[in-house]
Design a binder for this molecule. Structure first.
Ligand SMILES: [Zn+2]
Length: 291
């Protein structure tokens, strides 16, 4: 009877460790990276290991007239691995790099990209990274028609960085959401716009996509990725509403951290590190300190 109960529990929870963004929880080692995942004949995701133990993901789109990459890695040697990987997949050169997240873990290696690429970035990211040459800005939606492919670069509202972009392939139904979506990682808000992020997630959830790809965390099968996107939206709403409750109770941020009830998100990857930062950021927003 006891073993039957244990079995039922296992069936309900899934394999232990799968609901996590940490590679160690799936028995993977740093030497198992980088990894390449083929989504479709012309669309791939390149992933390497973040220092915090989860994956950082980049999109590769191969067209008849060059390759588009969305996001890079945190250092030139690792982004070079991405560049080398593209060379193994196609003789087409990398022509376009989209900066979806301007944070260092996605841009620190940008020097490894060919020097003649055209960059696409939100004006906020362009400004932060001090980009001056061959840079196109995206403030709403830019549609590229390259080598038979239609590629949309979208600004769907601010989320994690302040200049967040997404790349959407309407024909292939692929949406690369970068840091607007981290799979099973407690919302990281150091430079976020907490309330606007919730709206941005609602916007990107409306995209007609079979594949929704996160900036960090595992790439699961398509149906599970969509469920995880919904869960991530719920996590964000929960964190904002729980922090708002503590703010209304008149607590200071440090005391709020001790009293916060994170419910189902207590066990999410990065909670210890990200929760105090999220509280401070939501407090700042409620106090009118965010721009
Ligand atoms: Zn990141």
């Amino acid at each position: 009877m006891r073993s039957l109960l244990a079995l039922l529990l296992l069936v309900q929870l899934g394999t232990p460790g799968t609901r996590s963004a940490l590679i160690a929880d799936r028995g993977l080692k740093p030497s198992d990276f980088p990894q390449l995942k083929k989504l479709l004949d012309n669309v791939y995701v390149f992933s390497d290991l973040h220092t915090l133990g989860y994956m950082t993901n980049d999109l590769i789109v191969i067209t008849g007239d060059g390759v588009l990459i969305a996001d890079g890695q945190g250092s030139a040697p690792v982004t070079q691995k991405l560049v080398d990987q593209v060379k193994k997949l196609t003789s087409q050169p990398i022509k376009v790099v989209v900066i979806c997240s301007e944070h260092g873990d996605h841009t620190g290696g940008n020097a490894a990209f060919p020097s003649n690429v055209t960059w696409y970035a939100h004006p906020f990211s362009k400004n932060t990274l001090k980009l001056t040459e061959r840079v196109e800005t995206v403030t709403d939606k830019t549609t590229l028609k390259i080598g038979g492919a239609e590629i949309q670069i979208l600004f769907s509202g601010r989320s994690h960085t302040g200049g967040d972009l997404e790349v959407y392939l309407p024909k292939e139904k692929v949406a690369f959401l970068s840091e607007t979506y981290s799979n099973h990682i407690f919302p990281s808000m150091r430079t976020a716009q907490p309330t606007e992020w919730i709206t941005t997630l609602k916007n990107v959830s409306k995209l007609d996509a079979d594949f929704v790809i996160p900036g960090h965390g595992f790439i699961e099968d398509p149906a599970l990725m969509k469920k995880e996107l919904l869960d991530f939206s719920k996590a964000l709403e929960y964190v904002v509403s729980e922090t708002t409750r503590l703010h209304k109770a008149g607590l200071r941020a440090d005391a709020a951290g001790k009293q916060a009830n994170w419910g189902p998100y207590e066990t999410w990857t990065g909670k210890e590190r990200n929760a105090p930062i999220a509280i401070q950021r939501v407090f700042d927003e409620l106090d009118g300190k965010l721009k």
